[in-house]
Design a protein around this ligand. Structure first.
Ligand code: GLA
Length: 387
């Protein structure tokens, strides 16, 4: 890949002298959905697919961007004086947001750069291509300017850029999973205090299969922010009757005891999901540690039901993929992953059943939805690396 990147870089920017090449992964969340902004647990892992970058610092303040995924856009020029988000800036809002965020954190980016990207994460699929670009940009800037930041800081800076520059009110899960990824491990992260532990993903005789619904999200972001504020209001109502910092502080029993403080049925369902999903995640990781993959799978299925019925972020495309997956023998668990409203499902499928899974789920999806889904058998990879 390095050679391809350098060749293309030279083609686009003249030569490839002194170019840094690197990679940051995408991520998939195994369980713990819509818990990361509620002080709950998540259990994502980095993938071996992600974003490749080739970059070189410049002596002036120019920023020149090129994406191999959007060749028709050509080189997009900007500068360090133009760090304000705009629609026209398209994907370059992500790297620009990170440059801006470093400045906000007191680390001035004092020179421009030429940056070329190539991503092999399906776009808009909910495997965090944007967080991957953010962490990759931070990784490059740290190297170019010698900023004293850890990988965990890169995650926080990426999230800060996403929240404040790109105005998507996301939690910390995606950037954290990407910046802190570890081969063959998922990350059991407590978003209340960012304490975490790696848990080996040992799926004897099974693999992680991602199905992309190919439904573009569009409205997703505004619904995402809507769910967040529903949870915030529910939390404020609960705080009238019980001392908690986040919905993640409650177990099921305590939630049931106090839930009547939430004055609206819809909000109560949202909060219920956040509480139950957090507890499910804790249990799922315990099951995995005890080598009980079957139980892990059952909890994945329960997670989907909760996201479908209580959190209402699935939709016919994701429901079809999951419900068809459940029918296939050899599927240990299947659920939507990421924000929802489109994007992907994640399934654990026995090796011998993968072909049938792809065939059957693919056919049923095409018949019901009218266009094809894409399937990826993925591996759990490391965080950002220099190539
Ligand atoms: C998106 C956000 C994450 C998280 C998930 C839902 O991926 O970026 O922070 O909230 O949705 O679990």
């Amino acid at each position: 890949m390095k050679d391809i990147l350098l060749k293309k870089f030279a083609e686009v920017f003249g030569d490839a002298e002194g170019v840094k090449t690197c990679f940051a992964p995408g991520r998939v969340n195994l369980i713990g959905e819509h818990t990361d902004y509620n002080g709950g647990h998540v259990f994502p892992c980095a993938l071996t697919i992600g974003t490749y970058g080739a970059a070189r610092p410049r002596k002036d303040n120019k920023l020149r961007f090129f994406s191999m995924n959007f060749e028709r856009l050509g080189v997009i020029e900007s500068s360090l004086e133009q760090l304000t988000p705009s629609r026209e800036a398209g994907w370059t809002n992500y790297p620009k947001g990170v440059i801006w965020a470093f400045g906000e954190k007191g680390m001035q980016v004092t020179g421009g750069m030429d940056l070329m990207l190539y991503g092999n994460i399906p776009n808009g699929s909910g495997l965090s291509s944007s967080a991957s670009v953010e962490v990759l940009t931070g990784y490059i800037l740290r190297d170019f300017f010698g900023f004293d930041v850890t990988n965990q800081d890169l995650a926080l800076i990426g999230q800060y850029a996403e929240n404040n520059y790109n105005k998507v009110n996301c939690g910390i899960m995606d950037q954290f999973a990407i910046a802190m990824g570890k081969k063959d491990n998922a990350i059991f992260l407590d978003t209340a205090d960012l304490s975490f532990e790696y848990a080996p993903i040992v799926l004897e005789g099974a693999k992680i299969v991602i199905a992309s619904s190919n439904k573009k999200r569009g409205l997703g972001d505004s619904k995402y922010n809507e769910r967040r504020s529903e949870c915030e209001t529910a939390l404020a109502e609960l705080q009238q009757v019980v001392q908690i910092k986040g919905l993640g502080d409650l177990d099921e029993e305590t939630f049931e005891k106090y839930q009547s403080a939430i004055k609206d049925d819809v909000r109560r369902k949202r909060a219920k999901h956040a509480v139950y999903e957090n507890q499910r995640t804790i249990r799922a990781v315990a099951a995995l540690k005890a080598n009980d993959v079957a139980q892990f799978g059952r909890l994945m299925n329960a997670s989907h039901v909760s996201l479908r019925d209580d959190y209402e972020v699935t939709g016919i495309e994701l429901d079809t993929l999951v419900e068809e997956a459940w029918k296939v023998e050899g599927v240990i668990g299947s659920r939507m992953t990421g924000a929802g409203f489109g994007g992907c499902t994640v399934s654990i499928v026995k090796d011998g059943a993968i072909d049938t899974f792809i065939e059957k789920v693919g056919r049923a999806y095409q018949e019901k939805i009218g266009y094809a889904a894409d399937f990826y058998v993925v591996e759990v990879g490391n965080g950002p690396v220099t190539l």
